[in-house]
Design a protein. Structure first.
Length: 200
């Protein structure tokens, strides 16, 4: 089993790369999706978040208002640390469960947005970083998520810097061009990962 840590800053296109790796047969464990699952209505995670941040982070239907919570925690490092201390252990438990189900010869891709920030690189055989400039990422966040520039900049500032992320990389996937260019690079990376897995 080859363990791949896939990361990239917000707006880098990491999720697009993740989808393309899954389409080529990799087993993808998406930390973001799990982080959403562990705070769904009725979960221990949501109860803990509400205990820490109050009912104002809930929507009328009882689900988590992620935008409101995001606005609170990304403006305050201490509050972000509180949220992480609630969510990360729950994510860790679920990841371990999913990993246990994967075939022994799998190329296991962990889609981990905060891999560098949380110093998780040593957990993986290979770290793959999806890279794009801050300017490109800000433009994408505005276009695809309707995020105001000030919010996009705050999210980027809350994450590791581009240079720090690139220093952790074994493999870099540049993503400032077309989807065809991205597809070609993902294809190359997949072949490289398969050959590494074959070498054991």
């Amino acid at each position: 089993m080859l363990k791949i840590g896939l990361t990239g800053g917000i707006g880098s296109g990491k999720s697009e790369v993740s989808r393309r790796l899954a389409a080529r047969g990799a087993v993808v464990i998406d930390a973001d999706r799990i982080a959403r699952e562990v705070v769904e209505p009725g979960t221990v995670g949501l109860a803990r978040v509400v205990a820490a941040f109050g009912d104002e982070v809930l929507r009328p239907d009882g689900s988590l208002d992620r935008e409101r919570l995001g606005a609170i925690v990304f403006a305050d490092p201490d509050k972000l640390a509180v949220l992480n201390s609630i969510v990360h252990p729950l994510v860790g438990e679920r990841v371990a469960e999913l990993q246990g189900r994967a075939p022994d010869d799998a190329i296991l891709v962990y889609d981990v947005p905060l891999l560098v920030e949380n110093k998780l690189a040593p957990l993986y055989d290979v770290v793959v970083v999806v890279d794009a400039s801050d300017e490109v990422r800000i433009a994408r966040l505005a276009e695809h998520r309707g995020m105001p520039e000030s919010d996009a900049k705050a999210r980027i500032a809350a994450q590791a810097g581009r240079e720090e992320r690139l220093r952790a990389a074994h493999i870099v996937i540049p993503n400032e061009g077309s989807l065809d260019e991205l597809e070609a690079r993902v294809s190359e990376v997949c072949e490289e990962l398969r050959s590494r897995a074959a070498r054991g």
